[in-house]
Design a protein around this ligand. Sequence first.
Ligand code: ADP
Ligand code: MG
Length: 569
Amino acid sequence: MTIRILPPEVSVLIAAGEVVERPASVVKELIENSLDGGASQVSIETRQGGLTAIRVSDNGKGIASSDLALAFHRYATSKVALAHDLDRITTLGFRGEALPSIAAVADVEVLSRPLDAVAASYLRLVDGKPVEQGTRGAPVGTTVTVLHLFAKQPARRKFMRSPAAENQQIASLISQYALAYPEVRFSLRIDGRQALLTGGSGQLADAVASVYGAEVAAAMLPMRWPVNGNGTTIKIGGLTGPPHISRASRGYVSLFVNRRWVQNRRLTFAVEEAYSGMLPVGRHPIAVVDLRLPYEEVDVNVHPTKAEVRFRQESEAFTAVQRAVRQALLEQAPVPSAGVAGAEPAAREETSPPPLWQRAFEGEGEPRTAAGIAAPPPRVTLPMLRVVGQIGNTYIVAEGPQGMYLIDQHAAHERILFEEISAARQRQALDAQGLLEPITVELSPRQQEIALAHDQVLSEHGFQLEAFGERTYLVRAVPAVLTGRDISHAFAEFLDTLGEEAAPDEQDRVAMTLACHGAVKAGQSMAPEEMRELVRRLEQSEVPHTCPHGRPTMIHMSTDLLEKEFRRR
Ligand code: ADP
Ligand code: MG
């Protein structure tokens, strides 16, 4: 084939492929336009995961009727004019690609009334071409309706997950923008149901309360960096969670750079780093980081979806984020109580040299001794053990025919429950426990979508729920393993686990979450008979030496090793 320039109807489809990957991308582009248009109210409605319909209405400055058709041309934008404008982008949009891209893959109707107009103009497009134009009465602002997304792109449509999965994406997206713009009232309705409504008070804590609940909002710690404006151009505000409200998933760190929601692994890592030693292994913080810096210090023109940015001074941004979070934690976080699972062990794991008995054999390379310490291969059952006592309310000391065993009570119990849950599920006999007093839980918009999408899985595992107002549920029964545990927390994390992009080991991860929350915590004192019961069940376990996450449940000090350590031999 000879080389030729693609006709616009083909090139726009290629661009559309990059900008509009799924329904949530359409929602994102439309609300960014609303925010760029100065809206203080943005309402989003979706049908069937956005595949049937998406409508975004705002009360922003509107589009002049003479510009309406132009807005759907590729590279048509009111936000940049000259090449050097790109060095200093102050708006969320700037590529002039969103509206034409959306119109290339869906039917679109836009209705817009600018401040100085008496009526609204409307324009309807099919296959990217105007088919109807006129005037109508409407309040100031813009409403864009997107119908039958990807109806003519069967290949794209095939890649869509279920409407429930798309709803989850949309709910998390709007949650992020609600956190980024506390002064804007956001309303999200999914299939007619109010999924999120924020007050637009301008207070970040209020937005956090709308998204994550009042309890989280009340516990969050304000960040302020630099403390006394010491020359740096980077400023950090926002809120970060105290260590005791950690989460099992990484999805609770929100990063906003000059009010743009961005994904940036290094900055997310900076937040996590600041918690080092404060969170148990496998736990992640909640944080809303509001990073501001001169516009020319950051390049947002990196990717068509604008979700990634580049910093001129990335390491400065990294340091600032890490310090801002760390300082908030050190100055304001309440001292962790002894009952907080793993808070201290996590610190020790990262900083201390290997324990004595490990060092003792490392130099020698003698396989027999090594086998006494390393986790033996799976399916090696435990011998009968005699419980001697508990150390630090965290470890059980036991004696067996081949020496001494130091058992991590939480990890061991996790292993036991994990196997019991997996076995019960195979028999379809998971026990539920009714609660005398139902527990009230408040879900995030995303969690609510997950709960609705997985109601079957929830009831199979023993959760019995009753809707109780907006995003609030009464939990009337729970999986029996959770009896006596922190149920609202366990339930929320169960939902987060279900919401993770489906992986083949989903069943296992669900069982792990329950096991983790059902297990006795580190720092909890145990009666002798409880310890004996735990050790007896561990003896019967199939893989007694590691917890389901692969961490050891015990350290074995063989009689041999003890004799060597004490120089008896
Ligand atoms: P971009 O946002 O990159 O400029 P878009 O294709 O998203 O490109 O939008 C094209 C233009 O249409 C914008 O530059 C803006 O002038 C106008 N526009 C779109 N949506 C709105 C809205 N909700 N309110 C005001 N103006 C809008
Ligand atoms: Mg735009």
